[in-house]
Design a protein around this ligand. Structure first.
Ligand code: AMP
Length: 291
């Protein structure tokens, strides 16, 4: 089917269900791309992948307050719905679901979805309550849209692992596809939060990618000691300019348990605060792969 130039933009749960029911009656499979808007090429890559795999593509745009920790950037988070809807149309989105907070959260709601263990490492301790906000809102989106496949980015590796586990544990009949991280030409992972960086900070931010690629190279050269890899990455980050490192870790890509020495494929993940921006990035490295 040819997607309309401008997708339908709806704000209510009833409207989403109506559109999705029509698509189902027409025999189409449903793909969902959950986002917080301010769409960039990373988001667009997920939407294109959803377009490839689904008859009917739904993009949700919702700056979810419950996944922001007190003192974070909820109020200043960029909100660009008009431009986002246009961008969605250009790449073949059928429906944009852009609910208000009041539509998504009943005032008397007391139910949340929580994944334990996997949320207690990496970003978890630095953003208490964040993943509970994510799993709760994604569960709600899954219940509202009832997609066949939902698309997430490897950029948020821990989020993807947590959501996969949630889907498995709760027997949700949904496939989670994780799509590769899209980067700027110099390697910086695309993020809506990059907009907060000053020109100097933007240059400094490439240190996240450089640290990760340095670790990849070191592993290819035979380094297997995770503590040494982590120390080198910290040095790369700190020598690039003023920053606060939340964590630099080498973990199992599915269990998120620390791995040392590096004898299996590992997720190397880091979170760094530069100025007002908290940036995250990661790579997966298989020590058995030749350089
Ligand atoms: P957000 O709007 O930041 O909540 O992100 C919505 C989805 O886009 C999540 O699944 C993210 O992992 C994904 N995403 C964000 N940035 C990127 C990127 N640079 N490459 C690929 N996916 C991304």
């Amino acid at each position: 089917m040819t997607a309309p130039a401008r997708p339908d933009v709806v704000e209510t749960i009833a409207a989403v269900r109506g559109h999705v029911a029509d698509a189902r009656r027409a025999g189409q499979s449903i793909g969902l791309v959950p986002t917080m808007g301010a769409l960039h090429e990373g988001h667009r890559s997920l939407i294109r992948r959803a377009r490839e795999r689904s008859g009917y593509v739904v993009v949700s745009i919702f700056v979810n307050p419950t996944q922001f920790v007190a003192g974070e950037d909820l109020d200043s988070y960029p909100r660009t719905l008009e431009a986002d809807a246009d961008a969605c149309g250009r790449i073949g989105t059928d429906l944009v679901f852009a609910p208000s907070v009041e539509v998504m959260y009943r005032r008397d709601a007391v139910t949340t979805v929580q994944v334990s263990g996997l949320t207690e490492t990496l970003c978890g301790p630095h953003r208490p309550g964040h993943f509970e906000g994510v799993t709760t809102v994604v569960s709600k989106l899954f219940n509202i849209v009832q997609p066949d496949v939902a698309f997430f980015g490897q950029k948020d590796a821990q989020q993807a692992v947590v959501l996969r586990k949630m889907v498995e544990d709760l027997d949700m009949p949904i496939e989670v596809e994780v799509c590769p991280t899209v980067r700027e030409a110099d390697g910086l992972a695309m993020s809506s939060r990059n907009a907060y960086l000053s020109p100097e900070q933007r240059q400094q931010a490439v240190s996240l990618f450089r640290a990760l690629e340095g670790a990849r190279q070191a592993i290819a050269d035979g380094q297997r000691d995770a503590a040494t890899l982590i120390a080198r990455m910290r040095e790369t980050l700190q020598s690039a300019g003023p920053c606060r490192i939340d964590y630099v870790d080498v973990v199992h890509p599915a269990t998120l348990e620390p791995i040392d020495p590096v004898t299996c494929p590992v997720l190397i993940a880091l979170a760094v605060r530069i100025g007002q921006s908290r940036l995250i990035d990661n790579i997966v490295v298989d020590p058995a792969m030749p350089a």
